[in-house]
Structures are given as structure tokens and as C-alpha cells.
Design a binder for this molecule. Structure first.
Ligand code: SF4
Length: 350
């Protein structure tokens, strides 16, 4: 069965014609899927019974509920989804089902969902528990959107961050499809400024994202020195951050679109005055924000988080020198839902 979730208006119009329906039924399908958020074709009462039966021969909506949930003391909830078989290479048919996670983070004035774009990840960042799992497949747009649509708090969401499992720019085709469905007039009609997509700096996908979307960008920096960055982020070897920044500098960050840099603080390894000065040099002239993140040591990880005082010093130093810097509050640590901790027992067993 093929999922309708994740299809564009044009594709839905083609689906309608294929099912013997008029072309305008494509718009009705889009409305049922993205606005009314129908879970089954039977709900689509303005589409003829015959048309719905024809659609059912090949299509489903593609919605499915999470299979498990863990709730943190601070209200953060981690949802586990079982995907249909997902492909290991683009254009391939999927071979195996995977478990993926999405994290719901409620705050006073907002409710954010952190979604996964791949099962596992190829990038192998040394500090990241997801990275240690290896790569298990690209998520189709339907599976990215299903995380947003199928959590119980879906209607409450005010923001979405693409910061879960995977490197979004390595699955750019499906990520762009999901962003289009979320922001298009025929789709969910969200402002792109409510969505942030993260990247370690994978230039090919990043360029397309910057060209074709207005969503915010969060770049994972974590160290301003190439040699040191490469030791914790293998991507630095083939795609140095200096080159990624050159690409980023070619876009307009003075309007509503936001640029931020994520910086996990490792005690003594990237939080010293030498690192602070190099950060200022590297990001000079960019209209951006740096988010300092406390490191959450996972099992078997040879890293230590910075202490609170050092993070405060780093924040104040960078801010005093004109680089807006904040310390991001950590959420969901007790359920392994915080940054770099998206891993689950089921995946580990595979
Ligand atoms: Fe992949 Fe992000 Fe983890 Fe790096 S930090 S291994 S890009 S999920």
C-alpha cells in the first residue's frame, strides 16, 4: 500500500485522476489529509464511494500511532514509532521496519516536537548515542509527517524541530516534501518560521534546503577548530565547517529567517578561552545565535560535560563580544530524550 501522507498537491491530483476522479478531487484529498487530518479514506465523505473504493485498492493515508511512550518528570514525552519497511538508499524499496523516536517538549508558551528524519544516522558523531547505532534507513516524508500528526498532542504543537535521529540534509528529498506539506497553502499552512531544521553541515542537501525553504537553520558546530572538530564529527574531514559557513554566508539572515549554531559543551575540550576566541573569528559578521548545550553523558561515552560556571563564562564572553549566546535548558534527560540521546533498546538489539 502507498501512503497519501507526504504527497504534494500535484501528486494528489494525479492520484485522483488515476482513481477515475476529477482532477479537483486532488485538492479535496489534500484538505482531508493535511487540514482535517483524516485517519482513513472512509472519512472523506465528499469523495464518491466508488472513488474511495478505487483509492483503497492502492492507497492508505499512512497514519499510525506510536507503539510506546516514556514520560519525563519535566513533562517531556518520548514517543516510539514502528515504521513500515524503509529504504537504505534513495529510490530503493524499503526492506525492514525500524523503530524511530520523536520527542514532545511542552513549555509555558510553546509546545515543540523534535522529529527524526532517518532511522539511526550515518554521520557517526562520537558524542551521540544515535550515531553509535549506525544507519538503518531514510524515512519517507509520510513517516516524518506521521510523527507530527499522530502524537496525542499534535493539535497543541506550536513548533517543530528536525533534530531527532538522522541528518536531515542526507535525506533532503523527503525532508523537503515534508516541509512543503507543513507550510504550503494546500497543506498545513504553518509558517516556515515555526520550523527549525538542523544539520552537521552536509553541503549538497543544505544548499537545496537554503534555496527552497524559509525554515530556520540550526548548524551543529561543537568545536571551532577543524582538527578537534574532526575528532568528534567525522563530517569535518570531507566537508569542513569553513566551507559550510561560506555557503551559509551566501544567504540573507537579516530577515525573519533565523540562523543558530548548536554547541554542546565538553569540559576542557571546547569551552576554553582559546575556543571562545576562535568561535568569534569563525562566526564574525554572521547574524546568528549560539546555543550552548550541556552534554549528557551516555553509557560508555568518553566525554564529560562542562560545568555550569564554565558554560556561564562562555556565554557571557561570547555575548560581551557581540555574539548572541544562550544556554539551552536541558529537557527529558531522565528518559534519554535529550539532545544526542535518541536511542532505544529495541534498535540496540537489532
Ligand atoms: Fe547523526 Fe545528529 Fe547524532 Fe551526528 S549528532 S550522529 S548527525 S543524529
Amino acid at each position: 500500500m502507498v501512503s497519501l501522507l507526504g504527497k504534494t498537491l500535484e501528486e494528489l491530483q494525479a492520484v485522483a485522476l488515476e482513481a477515475g476522479l476529477p482532477r479537483f478531487a486532488g485538492k479535496q484529498l489534500a484538505e482531508w489529509i493535511y487540514v482535517k487530518r483524516a485517519k482513513s479514506l472512509d472519512e472523506m465523505t465528499n469523495i464518491s464511494l466508488k472513488g474511495r473504493e478505487a483509492l483503497k485498492q492502492k492507497y492508505t493515508i499512512g497514519r499510525h500511532e506510536p507503539v510506546a511512550k516514556a514520560e519525563s518528570e519535566d513533562g517531556t514525552k518520548k514517543y516510539l514509532f514502528k515504521t513500515p519497511p524503509v529504504p537504505l538508499s534513495k529510490g530503493e524499496r524499503g526492506s525492514e521496519s525500524q523503530f524511530i523516536e520523536a520527542v514532545y517538549i511542552p513549555e509555558e508558551d510553546r509546545a515543540t516536537l523534535c522529529v527524526s528524519t532517518q532511522a539511526g544516522c550515518k554521520m557517526g558523531c562520537k558524542f551521540c548515542m544515535t550515531g553509535t547505532l549506525g544507519f538503518h534507513g531514510h524515512l519517507p516524508a509520510a513517516e516524518i509527517l506521521n510523527q507530527i500528526f499522530s502524537i496525542p498532542e499534535s493539535e497543541k504543537l506550536t513548533n517543530i524541530v528536525y533534530m531527532g535521529e538522522g541528518e536531515p540534509m542526507d535525506n533532503i528529498e523527503e525532508v523537503m516534501r515534508s516541509l512543503e506539506a507543513m507550510t504550503a497553502k494546500w497543506g498545513c499552512q504553518w509558517s516556515p518560521h515555526r520550523i527549525t531544521v538542523s544539520s552537521v553541515g552536509y553541503p549538497k542537501g543544505l544548499k537545496r534546503f537554503l534555496d527552497e525553504s524559509e525554515c530556520h537553520l540550526a548548524t551543529s558546530l561543537h568545536n571551532p577548530f577543524a582538527i578537534e572538530r574532526q575528532q568528534i564529527m567525522p563530517i569535518e574531514k570531507n566537508h569542513p565547517i569553513e566551507g559550510v559557513l561560506e555557503l551559509i554566508r551566501g544567504y540573507d539572515w537579516t530577515r525573519q529567517r533565523r540562523l543558530s549554531f548548536e554547541y554542546i559543551c565538553f569540559g576542557g575540550q571546547n569551552d576554553t578561552p582559546k575556543h571562545a576566541k576562535e568561535l568569534l573569528r569563525l562566526l564574525r559578521g554572521l547574524n546568528c545565535r549560539v546555543n550552548l548545550i550541556r552534554f549528557h553523558a551516555g553509557v560508555d561515552q568518553p566525554f564529560q560535560g562542562s560545568d555550569e560556571q564554565q558554560m556561564i563564562w562562555l556565554r557571557d564572553y561570547l555575548t560581551a563580544h557581540g555574539l548572541t549566546t544562550t544556554i539551552r535548558r536541558s529537557r527529558g534527560e531522565d528518559i534519554l530524550a535529550a539532545c544526542g540521546m535518541l536511542v532505544n533498546a529495541l534498535q540496540k538489539e537489532q
